[in-house]
Design a protein around this ligand. Structure first.
Ligand SMILES: Cc1cc2nc3c(=O)[nH]c(=O)nc-3n(C[C@H](O)[C@H](O)[C@H](O)COP(=O)(O)OP(=O)(O)OC[C@H]3O[C@@H](n4cnc5c(N)ncnc54)[C@H](O)[C@@H]3O)c2cc1C
Length: 388
């Protein structure tokens, strides 16, 4: 089935990436999980290897490759079992950088996209606010135009790479009275006066920094407006399709990793004189889990294929995230059970997997919001159209 989507070059890429992660990343993961800080050198190494540029134009140092290279990057990142490290990488490479690439003009791309591809600059995407994340249109951060500047005031929260990134892609209201038709997107340097960030402590994704950010009269040059004024909401909605598919792919990949590890464990662990993979009750559970994951993976690849062919897959990407994250939570919960007491011990991978997986149905659009989107499309006949 995989060969429908992956050719020989994809396989070689996967092999070399897996080798790279094993050698350059895995030895540091425990430290980064403890400190919540991913050291700078690894960003630069990712840049040197071209991993941040897979999906971006050659003009800015990228490789302009098909989406299945991104699928491989996401899948392999899940296999090293640090949801936080993976999130830091893909939030930079696909949340922040997608906006820079799609809405930024040539000047912005030279200033932010090119150094993002080399790993010199790290980005984050700031949409969620303390007053609410699901209701994007209800955001309160404002950007008031004054001469050749926008003055930005407000706050954002739960921002991945929110503390250690170099620039922030920020949604703010330029015309508040227009609701979702009054939002614009800006790129803001971390060191601009008035920007401050506080790190949040959290259940999982512990290697990544999640920040609450305040903007206090931040004077942003008009050149840092991205795309058209008041078009921010449609831009955000459009890129959600990719973001949600990414989270669906992450979910099937971490489920596969959990199953693989658990089956190996079960083939070695003995109880009542035989290995536990001989017990029918456990065998049937594992069969059910493997079936659910395979179905998610197959669906996710189909959606990736369609997105790669420029189809606007809002419904399918929502379904991908909704279902794959639900399956992942169940798979990981059940796999942990197969390890008995060891499942609960930090030295074994299931404990962290369980914590990290729990964000799946929350971040980037909760399962409830995804059901709302799907309901609008399948019941009310709503048709979403891309803006760019
Ligand atoms: C570790 C982490 C990393 C994150 N990274 C980022 C990031 O990089 N950038 C960013 O912008 N955001 C980020 N987020 C924010 C995330 O996207 C939001 O937490 C999420 O969208 C939900 O928003 P909220 O937390 O404000 O919940 P709320 O919107 O307050 O929702 C609370 C509950 O109410 C439910 N609910 C709300 N509205 C409805 C409705 N209409 N119908 C039914 N139920 C509803 C929700 O589903 C949820 O269960 C991150 C969050 C976390 C925890």
């Amino acid at each position: 089935m995989e060969s429908i989507y992956f050719n020989e070059e994809h396989h070689l890429f996967r092999e070399s990436l897996r080798g790279f992660l094993k050698k350059e990343v895995v030895p540091h993961i425990e430290k980064w999980e403890k400190t919540g800080t991913i050291e700078r050198f690894i960003w630069e190494k990712f840049g040197e290897m071209g991993y941040f540029g897979l999906a971006y134009p050659e003009e800015y140092g990228g490789m302009d490759l098909d989406l299945f290279y991104t699928v491989i990057l996401l899948e392999e990142l899940q296999r090293i079992n640090s949801g936080g490290f993976a999130a830091a990488i893909w939030a930079h490479a696909y949340l922040a950088m997608t906006h820079i690439n799609k809405e930024g003009n040539h000047d912005i791309k030279e200033r932010y996209l090119a150094p993002s591809i080399t790993g010199e600059k790290i980005g984050c995407l700031c949409i969620t606010e303390p007053f609410g994340g699901s209701d994007v249109a209800g955001m309160r951060t404002t950007a008031v135009k004054k001469g050749d500047k926008y003055i930005i005031n407000g706050s954002k929260t739960f921002i991945t790479n929110g503390v250690y990134s170099d620039y922030l892609v920020v949604a703010a209201k330029t015309t508040p009275e227009l609701g979702n038709k009054g939002i614009s997107i800006f790129v803001i340097d971390r060191d601009m006066p008035g920007v401050s960030a506080t790190k949040l402590d959290k259940l999982g994704w512990r290697a990544s920094d999640t920040g609450e950010i305040a903007f206090d009269n931040v004077e942003v040059p008009v050149e840092n407006l991205m795309g058209e004024e008041n078009m921010g909401f449609p831009y955000i909605m459009q890129h959600f399709a990719l973001e949600r598919l990414i989270m669906g792919i992450n979910a099937h990949a971490r489920s596969e990793f959990a199953i693989e590890y658990t089956l190996q464990y079960m083939s070695e662990r003995e109880a009542f004189g035989r290995t536990i993979d001989r017990f029918q009750a456990l065998r049937h559970t594992m069969s059910d889990l493997a079936t659910e994951v395979e179905i998610c993976k197959t669906f996710n690849y189909t959606v990736a294929y369609r997105l790669n062919n420029k189809e606007y897959v809002v419904k399918e990407a929502s379904m991908s995230k909704l279902q794959s994250t639900k399956v992942a939570d169940n798979v990981i919960y059940q796999c942990l059970q197969m390890l008995g007491g060891y499942g609960y011990i930090e030295e074994y991978p299931l404990a962290r997997l369980l914590r990290d997986s729990r964000l799946g149905p929350i971040g980037g659009g909760t399962s409830e919001i995804l059901r709302e989107i799907i309901a609008k499309m399948i019941i009310d006949g709503k048709d979403y159209k891309p803006v760019t």
